[in-house]
Every structure is written in C-alpha cells, then in structure tokens.
Design a protein around this ligand. Structure first.
Ligand code: PMT
Length: 232
C-alpha cells in the first residue's frame, strides 16, 4: 500500500478545506526577464496529494512549475507574490481549516517592472534595479485569521532551527517546518527531504525520506496538532 492509496487511507479529513501554496513566484523585471528561485513545487504538491488522500478538499495555489497537478485538487495558477496573496485571500473568504505555505515566495519585486524589454546601454557595464519588498503572504493570512491552523516552511542555509523559530513567532504561525536548503540532497528540486517540525512547545525531526512519504507524515502531524488545539 502507498500512503496515497485512497481506498485504504482513513478519510478523517473529509469536510475540511486545506489551502496549500507551492512552487516559486516569478517577479517580472521586464516582459522577458524575471526574478525567481529553484522551487519545483514537489513538496507542496506532495502535501496536497497526501491531504486529498485523507479526504480533504484542497485548493493548491501554485507558482509556475513543470510537474503534474495532483488529481482532485482545485488548482489556481499564479505567477507573482501579489497574485498568490490575492488567490489565497479569495480562497479563504470562509476560514480554511489548514493553510500550508510551501511556496518559495520571492521576498522582493521590481519597484516598477519595465513595460518594454530593457536595452543594454553601450556606455556602462552596470545596471541598477530598484526592488521593493513583496507582501508577506503567510503573515498577512495569519493576521487576518484566514485559517484555523497556519503552517509555514522556513528555507534556511544557516542557523536553521534558530531562524525557523524566529519566523514561527514573527509571522504568527502555529507550526513551522525548517528546511536546510544548503544541502544538495534535499530541499529545492530534490525528490527527498529532511525537515524539523517546530511548534511553540514541540520539536520533531523525522528521518530523511521522499517528499511523498514525508508529506504523509506532515499531514498526520498537522491534523494531530489541529485536533489537540481545538479541544484544549
Ligand atoms: O518546491 P520544492 O523544489 O519541492 O522545494 C521545497 C521548498 C524548499 C521550496 C519548501 O520545502 C520550502 O522550504 N518552502 C518555503 C520557501 C521559503 O520561501 O521559505 P522562507 O523561509 O523564505 O519563507 C518562510 C515562510 O513564509 C514560507 O512558508 C513562505 O511560503 C512564506 N512567505 C515568504 C515570503 C513572503 N513574501 N511571503 C510568504 O508567505
């Protein structure tokens, strides 16, 4: 049996709405160039598949990726962080049960993207682009209480646990999943992952495994957390 063999997996998330972001955002510099990152969408898509297998209704808000959409997900394709935020808010007009921010959102965008392709200037070897901060999607959703349980990822290359804990607090999240993206064997665009799951009073480090298998474990953890906080 695989984790996602629907006939044999408990349908305990039936009636729940999970909203998951995945993939990179793409911030236009001009009509042919953009700022982005190496996210493949695999982690977010695996989480969507795992939640659907347990009966959840899943809205998957995805940046541009090259992988196949999970069967049964409502997919909303976006490019920029602004579009991703708007799609999240629209999907959570009614409060969602769980929000998971697995997307690698670009922290900055062009102050003003150029309407026309930028031309090389012959008199200079340098170019200066003025960038401004993108909205913090998950922090905005936390402030607006758009989901009962909010789960973020923290992609870090150093001080992984410390920085993840500070994001948990600063962004107002329930759970943060620390991902060491300095490692070549896990994280961005790999089939495997290894993470540390952190809540206000718990830290859990499952073994390195495939993103598909890890997604099943993470969905289980998130659901247990949600059940416990709803009765306490
Ligand atoms: O897509 P894959 O190739 O499978 O790779 C998986 C992954 C490495 C992309 C994924 O596991 C991961 O770590 N995702 C989070 C990447 C990221 O943007 O991390 P961050 O530490 O910069 O952001 C922290 C959290 O805030 C994340 O939940 C992010 O979605 C969210 N965020 C960040 C910036 C922003 N402007 N708005 C946000 O909502």
């Amino acid at each position: 049996m695989t984790h996602f063999d629907k006939a044999q997996v408990t349908q305990d998330l039936t009636g729940q709405h999970w909203v998951i972001t995945a993939g990179p955002t793409m911030e236009a510099i001009d009509p042919v160039r953009f700022i982005s990152n190496h996210s493949s969408g695999k982690m977010g898509y695996a989480l969507a598949t795992a939640a659907i297998a347990r009966g959840a209704t899943v809205t998957l808000i995805s940046g541009p990726v090259q992988i196949t959409a999970p069967a049964g997900a409502k997919i909303i394709a976006v490019k920029s962080a602004d579009e991703m935020l708007a799609a999240c808010q629209q999907s959570m007009i009614t409060q969602a049960d769980v929000f998971i921010g697995a997307a690698a959102v670009a922290d900055f965008k062009m102050k003003a993207a150029c309407d026309q392709k930028m031309k090389k200037q012959s008199d200079t070897d340098e170019i200066t682009l003025t960038l401004v901060k993108n909205p913090d999607i998950i922090a905005t959703l936390a402030q607006q209480k758009r989901a009962k349980t909010l789960v973020g990822f923290a992609a870090e290359t150093q001080n992984v646990i410390e920085y993840a804990k500070s994001k948990l607090e600063r962004k107002g999240l329930d759970i943060i999943i620390a991902n060491d993206v300095s490692r070549a064997d896990i994280g961005f665009n790999q089939d495997d992952n290894q993470v540390t799951v952190i809540t206000k009073d718990k830290t859990w480090s499952p073994d390195k495994t495939t993103k598909n298998a890890l997604a099943g474990q993470l969905v289980e953890f998130i659901n247990e957390y949600a059940l416990q906080t709803s009765i306490s």
